[in-house]
Design a protein around this ligand. Structure first.
Ligand code: NAD
Length: 363
């Protein structure tokens, strides 16, 4: 029976990338019944909102979705649709594998890290007040002069419940994927209560997985340096929301940048797959940007759907294309102005052709 999947093209370069993703996934032979729903700035006028209700309804019904990037205007306009989808569906775990691929230019080799980021709490809870607001003044009063009077306030909630489920997710992932170590990362030396609670809960959960999975802790500042100096020491890394957001981009940089960095968001029974990168609006309609991060996100989706062989075949074809370095987009070339770079669509076509010609022993 065909898998039913919600398909969100997104905006900016999203639709052109996602069209290629769909073609590549269809070419694996896995039967997918795509249910396309629209979200993002391009549908604001049509629906009066960038996130129409039918988008969430479709994801709730199908339980699996893949989405293209969606633009968030800075400073004004609506809050992030990407954050709203994660919040509305309680997609508490953000999974970001960072893996070195041959042919992808990077300063490092043999990196195989997985970032597990908490997705619902921390400074992303959206509990904040502007300078001068009643709530800001009350909190300033409560702080007994530790906060300046002309401050805006953002609250950082870290709960036992939220910490426990994300740390458990990281350990379960480690067990399922035969990973050896989970590293929890915070700044608990400074935020003793919030980040301190995250570590306290992580230690409790870790005990349940001893000795199968090793557990260790790092402070975020030190972790940034360690990852730049010796990334090979790390395996699965679990973090609260903000540190996870920043470290995901750092690790994407270790393995060759946003063009090849996939991602997935998981709730209790829903999964939404999307790349780390944004809508790269300046390239909209130019058939220029790299579809690889979104195709690798689709690879995670195929794994999740139990289509392991198809997922492997797709990844194998991509590795061959990366290694050959011919049918790749501008960002994968040594010189970004290299005239031999191909477009989004053509790179997808090359991946499909490679999948169709792979020898079984190479899958
Ligand atoms: P971006 O990821 O869109 O672009 C950052 C840089 O990376 C740009 O130089 C861009 O050209 C390049 N880039 C991005 N994707 C690429 C690809 N596939 N191939 C080649 N190069 C690529 O980040 P930004 O400019 O900070 O954000 C643009 C918009 O996207 C913003 O509105 C932001 O809020 C939104 N955004 C959405 C998501 C999401 O949908 N999950 C994630 C991040 C940012």
């Amino acid at each position: 029976m065909a898998h039913k999947v919600t398909f969100i093209p997104g905006d900016g370069t999203g639709p052109e990338i996602m069209d290629t993703v769909k073609r590549v996934v269809n070419a694996t032979g896995v039967e997918i019944d795509w249910e396309t729903v629209e979200a993002g700035i391009d549908v604001m006028n049509k629906y009066g909102t960038p996130l129409p209700a039918n988008v969430l309804e479709s994801i709730r019904k199908n339980k699996v979705a893949i989405k293209g990037p969606i633009t968030t205007p800075i400073g004004t306009g609506f809050r992030s649709v990407n954050v709203a989808i994660r919040k509305e569906l309680d997609l508490y775990a953000c999974l970001r594998p960072c893996k070195s691929y041959p042919g992808v230019r990077s300063k490092y080799e043999n990196i195989d890290l997985v970032i597990v980021r908490e997705n619902t709490e921390d400074l992303y809870a959206g509990v904040e007040w502007p300078m001068g607001a009643f709530e800001s003044k009350e909190i300033i009063k409560l702080s007994k002069n530790r906060i300046r009077e002309d401050s805006a306030i953002s609250i950082k909630p870290i709960s036992r419940t939220g910490s426990e489920r994300i740390v458990r997710f990281a350990f379960e992932y480690a067990v399922e994927h035969n990973r050896k170590k989970v590293t929890a990362v915070t700044k608990a030396n400074i935020m003793k209560f919030s980040d301190g609670l995250f570590f306290e809960v992580a230690r409790e959960v870790a005990k349940e997985y001893e000795p199968r999975v090793e557990y260790e802790e790092r402070l975020i500042d030190n972790m940034c340096m360690q990852l730049v100096q010796k990334p090979e020491l790390y395996d699965v890394i679990v973090l609260p929301n903000l540190y996870g957001d920043i470290l995901s981009d750092l690790c994407a940089g270790l393995v060759g940048g946003l063009g090849v960095a996939p991602g997935a968001n998981f709730g209790e029974d829903i999964a939404v797959f999307e790349a780390i990168h944004g809508s790269a609006p300046k390239y909209t309609g130019q058939n220029k940007v790299n579809p690889s991060a979104c195709i690798l996100s689709a690879k995670l989706m195929l794994d999740h759907l139990g289509e392991i062989e198809a997922a492997q075949k797709m990844e194998r074809a991509m590795i061959e294309i990366f290694s050959a370095g011919q049918n790749v987009t501008y960002d994968m070339k040594a010189d970004r102005d290299d005239p031999t770079a191909v477009g989004t669509k053509e790179m997808g076509t090359a991946i499909i052709a490679k999948m169709n010609s792979l020898e079984p022993s190479k899958i």
